[in-house]
Design a binder for this molecule. Structure first.
Ligand code: X8Z
Ligand code: ZN
Length: 600
């Protein structure tokens, strides 16, 4: 009898405490639902303001920037409000009684608050203005060669194809001019970004952005340095090879370090143009198509995997092609994807042009973001968690489709190369390394270190350019054509330094992830060699990707990896993928002098 009473008591107590839990859970739920609703409305207005600002830049137009500023201020006021900060913090203290999904949302509320806290409202206001001004200066800039306006597409094509070294230098210089006018703005933003997050206890803006991964700055820097260490031997071979073949091509002496204007990309972040694979005339084939074809074929690829067709509004509202040369406005010339209303108003901003073959993979990259948006826009994912597993995830899948889209079986399927041509596998791999391996010292090294120094170490403005080139030399073995003094700000010629601050390691991480995912898909789903896959039409691949993408940020990214791949983040699949190239390059480089250190 006694035991029964005792048992009853326990049951009763459990019921009482559960109902207390669920009272609290209900209260938090009401709060979060309201938060999500307002977040969505204000976020949509902000996105619309930004969209207008980035797609139509007219000198002297103050209305568009005022609208964008007001919309951003309203969003900032809400997300950074004392009330939201206090409530989220209060509820988080009781997290043992809340659901995992609620805890995630409350943490997100605090994270969002930290970039616009009401406690630093003057700083936040200044920051919003400074951000908008920087965007206008960056994308309103008129690039000129010999006093003639040129588009960034023209600059890019010229750096890929021009053999006259004097002309190359002029083009490269023209591409860096934009940095000069951005330097003051960057210094201002350095201060304002740091100050705004410091109000909520973060050390600096870099630390804040890194914390989104659940990592400390030291941990993130370790991840990045390890990546560089892993690929360094291969990078060193590629660097040595490039010094010799480019010197020959331009009729110059072999330099110790690579002059920046010798390389086929404004920042030296992608060298794939240096190798032509016999049998694949991709650029030529693309030129026969149209810009519309590129984007449509991209959609077609995703649809073949089982994803839906893009909503009609995507085609109506996106800004996919360059502004006409005689337009009285300019537009943001860098590619991006926008989740405007956190539902199905999804758009992409690009300047697709068939003459610049980069748009093929860039367009697939952006569609990767778009399909990610669509995947997690489902009732199980609250608006504030409609994000990637982590930011690197968001960057990874579109790039992975870009890699897959250039492998032989796929190119055949698309009619971009004739069937059954025998391609030289090593040359194909070589070209891929010039894209994916070359990118790592740039992203995990130069960009990440520069922004770490900028925000965490408060790099003084009169050392921006000096430090930029120190890092370029250290990580990429690239030097400026001549001493570039502090009147320049070459770092600021890179979009992300201005308007996607302290996040570039996302791309390094995304490359590591993409090889992990690609390797898994090739071996476990397609049963194909990772070097020669054909994803086209495979619904199982689509289902796998959709399962990874659709939870958005409602799950922990490390668990998401374990669940989907059965492994942790690792550069090994990337290193293994390129391993066959090492012996080949060592032979090619026999007798040549290496100028990068042997071990990183
Ligand atoms: O910025 C981008 C995307 C933006 S969604 C086009 N990427 C990095 C860059 O261009 O520097 C893609 C890879 C690297
Ligand atoms: Zn992207």
């Amino acid at each position: 009898m006694k035991t029964i009473n005792y048992l009853l008591l326990i049951i009763l107590l459990t019921i009482i405490s559960c109902s207390k839990n669920s009272d609290l859970q209900n209260e938090v739920q009401v709060y979060l639902e309201d938060y999500n609703k307002q977040y969505r409305q204000l976020g949509y207005e902000w996105n619309k303001g930004e969209w207008a600002l980035n797609t139509k830049i007219v000198e002297g137009d103050t209305i568009t920037s005022k609208n964008a500023q007001d919309a951003q201020a309203n969003y900032a006021q809400f997300t950074g409000s004392r009330e939201n900060i206090e409530k989220a913090a209060k509820y988080l203290k009781l997290k043992n009684e809340l659901t995992d999904l609620q805890i995630r949302q409350l943490k997100r509320v605090l994270y969002l608050a930290a970039s616009n806290p009401e406690t630093a409202s003057e700083i936040v206001k200044e920051k919003i203005e400074a951000d908008i001004k920087q965007t206008q200066l960056l994308y309103g800039f008129d690039f000129k060669i010999d006093n003639k306006s040129v588009s960034t597409n023209e600059i890019d094509v010229s750096l890929k194809t021009e053999n006259n070294i004097k002309k190359r230098l002029k083009t490269w210089e023209a591409s860096k001019e934009v940095g000069i006018g951005l330097k003051d703005g960057l210094a201002n933003l350095q201060r304002l970004r740091n100050k705004s997050v410091q109000a909520l206890g973060y050390d600096d803006y870099f630390t804040y952005q890194v914390s989104d991964y659940g990592m400390t700055v030291d941990e993130m820097r370790d991840v990045c340095q390890n990546m560089i260490r892993d690929i360094w031997p291969l990078y060193r071979e590629l660097h040595t090879w490039a010094r010799y073949i480019l010197a020959e091509k331009y009729g110059e002496d072999v330099p110790e370090m690579l002059p920046a204007h010798w390389l086929p990309n404004r920042w030296g972040q992608d060298w794939k143009e240096l190798v032509e694979v016999e049998g694949i005339n991709f650029s030529e084939e693309l030129e026969k198509k149209s810009a519309e074809w590129i984007v449509k074929k991209g959609e077609d690829f995703y649809v073949s995997l089982g994803f839906e067709n893009l909503p009609q509004t995507f085609w109506e509202k996106s800004s996919l092609y360059p502004a006409p040369p005689d337009a009285d406005y300019k537009k943001n010339n860098h590619a991006s994807a926008w989740h405007m209303d956190f539902e199905r108003d999804i758009r992409s901003l690009m300047s697709v042009d068939v003459k610049n073959s980069d748009w093929w993979s860039t367009s697939l990259h952006e569609l990767g973001h778009i399909y990610y948006f669509l995947s997690y826009s489902n009732p199980d994912v609250p608006y504030i968690l409609r994000e990637g597993g982590n930011r690197g995830f968001h960057e990874a899948f579109g790039s992975m489709i870009g890699l897959a889209s250039l492998q032989q079986p796929f190119l055949e399927e698309m009619g971009l190369i004739p069937k059954n041509v025998k391609l030289d596998d090593i040359q194909v791999l070589f070209k891929e390394a010039l894209e994916y391996i070359i990118f790592i010292p740039w992203s995990a090294g130069v960009m990440t270190d520069f922004e770490y120094e900028l925000y965490t170490l408060n790099l003084p403005k009169d050392q921006y350019n000096l430090e930029w080139w120190n890092l370029k030399r250290k990580y990429q073995g690239i030097v400026p054509p001549y001493d570039r003094g502090e009147q320049y700000c070459d770092a600021a010629s890179k979009t992300h330094i201005n308007n996607d601050a302290a996040q570039y390691y996302d791309y390094a991480i995304s490359y590591v992830l993409l090889f992990q995912f690609h390797n898994y898909i090739a071996k476990q789903i397609l049963q194909q060699d990772p070097h020669a896959t054909n994803y086209y039409g495979n619904k199982e691949v689509g289902k796998f990707l959709s399962d990874v993408m659709s939870p958005g940020a409602t799950v922990d990214w490390r668990e998401l990896m374990k669940k989907s791949l059965g492994s942790e983040m690792s550069a090994k699949p990337m290193v293994d993928y390129f391993a066959p190239l090492m012996d080949y390059l060592k032979k090619v480089n026999e007798g040549r002098t290496y100028t990068l250190r042997e071990n990183f």
